[in-house]
Design a binder for this molecule. Sequence first.
Ligand SMILES: O=C(CO)[C@@H](O)[C@H](O)[C@H](O)[C@H](O)COP(=O)(O)O
Ligand SMILES: [Zn+2]
Length: 197
Amino acid sequence: MSQNQIATHFQQSLAALERAANDAALLAVTSDIALAIVDAIRSGNKVLLIGNGGSAADAQHIASEIVGRYRKERPGYAAVALTTDTSALTAISNDYGFEQIFARQVESLGRPGDVLLALSTSGQSPNILAALAAARQRGLVIAGFTGLKGKSLHDVCDHLFVAPSDDTPVIQQIHMTAAHAICDSVERALADGVGDK
Ligand SMILES: O=C(CO)[C@@H](O)[C@H](O)[C@H](O)[C@H](O)COP(=O)(O)O
Ligand SMILES: [Zn+2]
């Protein structure tokens, strides 16, 4: 790959990040999702996270920063990525179908007032859509992260972050920038007065 082609990757990410940084509605929904997580943790609830492929890795990345830390030394907060238990994932997909891998875990682990953070760049993955329906039925607060093709998730989410791109890797980068802002914001709200790392 030429250096020009590599530079194009950076330029496309930069352009999309710049669009996101200047989108007041997007900044507002990011803040709303952080507040929903703060409310849930303050009430003794937890965050469940789901995604496929790179977004599964993002779900785990975000969960680790809620349970462990982002920047501040503070108590751990409750968050679980539903992408990691290979016994549960293989049993559920083998017995009920791949579409059910997240829905079944949401039904068993989700409690009213928990937050489901669902990452899908297309907004069309059947296992994500099934989990959103299960979360709605269980009374979870639903925060979706998608891209321009996933706008229809508005109907099934309480909060929807739509990255201003239709390119999966670029969308994922914007999701993680927003997720880091959310981890920062949650930590500041819950651990006010605790020293920075
Ligand atoms: O990470 C990447 C591409 O950057 C891929 O692994 C990607 O996550 C996979 O194709 C996923 O299956 C896409 O699912 P979704 O985001 O459309 O729900
Ligand atoms: Zn991180």
